[in-house]
Design a protein around this ligand. Structure first.
Ligand code: ZN
Length: 233
């Protein structure tokens, strides 16, 4: 069975973390992409929303990670997606098609109508699936914004909703030390750490990451794929 798959027709479960046993934690990286971000790339206002230094470091140190991909990010960065899918330590998960809000009042993100939510997430799985690798049925809402209506809308899809219990606070960060502190002060066995691989919108993440990895080692914690952290397997 695909990790995160649940019975279709049921309101999807929402998880923040795995069992608080053992020593494993999940490093998750969101790959947001909106039409506004695509316009910034086209206009040359922004160089990249794909932080290759993060991939280089994870690969060099052989660190497992899980990537929550938007469909538009995958379509903008097919070669990077291929590289993620080709790494047996990396899992692929779903972060909507264009990073719209699934509820009211979600960080000024434009909101999708409720009757379009399931289609948006289904389309994103269709965009990600051809890349193969370690596919999952894990889904993360933009801004972690969800309510009963949004969860019920996703019932046909058979997914598991993943929030996380350790928020790095990396979007629009201007210094790396607060990210390291935010993660290392809160991380515990079973934790799901939320970071971003969006470079221009999360420019300090690659600078913080080596220090986060060192801090995990000091605490006897080991990064593992999300599916293994959530199931305790
Ligand atoms: Zn996001």
């Amino acid at each position: 069975m695909v990790p995160g798959a649940t019975r279709a027709g049921m309101r999807p479960p929402v998880v923040d973390h795995g069992p608080r046993i053992g020593n494993r934690v999940a490093l998750t990286f969101d790959a947001d992409m909106t039409d506004g971000m695509l316009a910034s790339l086209r206009a040359g206002r922004v160089k990249s929303y794909a932080n290759m230094r993060i991939l280089d470091l994870l690969e060099r140190e052989q660190v497992p990670a899980t990537f929550f991909l938007t469909g538009k990010w995958v379509q903008r960065y097919p070669e990077v997606t291929r590289r993620i899918a080709g790494n047996p330590r990396f899992e692929l998960a779903n972060h909507t098609y264009g990073h719209a809000a699934f509820t009211a009042d979600c960080y000024d993100l434009p909101r999708l109508p409720v009757d379009e939510l399931a289609g948006d997430v289904a389309k994103t799985f269709e965009v990600i699936a051809p890349y193969g690798g370690r596919q999952t049925r894990y889904f993360r809402f933009p801004g972690l914004c969800h309510d009963a209506a949004a969860l019920d809308a996703l019932a046909p899809l058979g997914v598991t909703v993943v929030d996380g219990d350790v928020v790095s606070g990396d979007p629009f960060a201007t210094a790396w030390k607060p990210l390291v502190r935010a993660v290392l002060d809160h991380v515990r066995p079973g934790s799901v750490v939320i970071m971003h691989v969006t470079e221009a919108n999360a420019a300090m993440t690659d600078e913080a990451l080596p220090h986060i990895l060192a801090g995990l080692r000091e605490r006897g914690l080991v990064a593992a794929p999300l599916s293994e952290v959530l199931t305790g397997a």
